[in-house]
Design a protein around this ligand. Sequence first.
Ligand code: G3P
Ligand code: MG
Length: 255
Amino acid sequence: MTHPAICLPTLIAHRGYSAAAPENTLTAVRAAHQAGTTWVELDVQLLGDGTPVIWHDSDISRCSDRRGELANLTWQHAQQLDVGSWFGDTFAGEKMASLEAMLTLLNELNMGVNLEIKVNKGRDPIALVDTVLPIVLTTLPAERVIVSSFDARALARCRRIAPKETLALGVLFGSTPPTWRDQCEAIDAFSIHPHWPRLKHTQAAAMRRDGYEILCYTANDPSAFESRWGWGIASAITDEPEAFQRYLNNRRRHG
Ligand code: G3P
Ligand code: MG
C-alpha cells in the first residue's frame, strides 16, 4: 500500500497568495496561480450552520468588516460580509469562500491543495472532518491533495475514513515534539509540516530516513531558509511565492 503519487512543488502559497490578496479567498488562489504557484495551503472550518468554509481565525474581526465568532454565523450571514476591504480597497466586496467553491476553482486551475483542518478552541474536530473529507475525496484527485492538521483527533478521523492510498495526511507541528514518530505512524502520515525555525537538523534527517516528506511553514525569507533545502525539505509554505521564486531563480543562475 503506497501513498498517492503526489509531485510536491518547491513552493506552496500560504492561505493562497496572502501577501498579494486577502488570505483564504478565491482571489488569493487566483493570484497564486497567476504568479505561477501550483499548490496552495488553505484552512477549512465550519460555520455555525455546518457549512464548510475557507477561514483561518475563530472569529471574523481581523479579516472582515464585522465582528463575531465564526461558530455563530450562518452561510446567509457569512455571505453578507466583506472579506476583502480589510486588505485593500481593490478587494472590496470579496466574499467568504465555501469549501465547495474553492475546490471547484482549484479544479479549474488544476492546482494542488494542502488543506489544513483548522480546529480552533472549543470546536469539534470530528464534525469538521466528517463534513469536509467526503467532499474533498469526491472532488479532487488524490494526487492533488494533502490534508493536514495540528489536531491528532482530526487526523485520526481522516485516516479512519480514508486509507493511505486514497489520502495523503500531513502532521503539523509548532515545536516538533519527541513523540513526532509515534504521531506520524499512528495515522500513516505522508508528510510532516514543522514550523521551520524550530525544526532541528537531526529531526529533519530522522524524518527523511523514515520516509516522510517535510513541508515547512511559514517561510518568507528565502535567504534565511536557504540552508534548509540541504536538509531534504520538499516544500516551503510561503506568503510570498513570487519573491521566494525570484530568489531561487537567481540562486540557480548565479550558482
Ligand atoms: O499549514 C501551515 C500553517 O498554515 C499552519 O499555521 O496558523 O498559518 O494555519 P496557520
Ligand atoms: Mg494554515
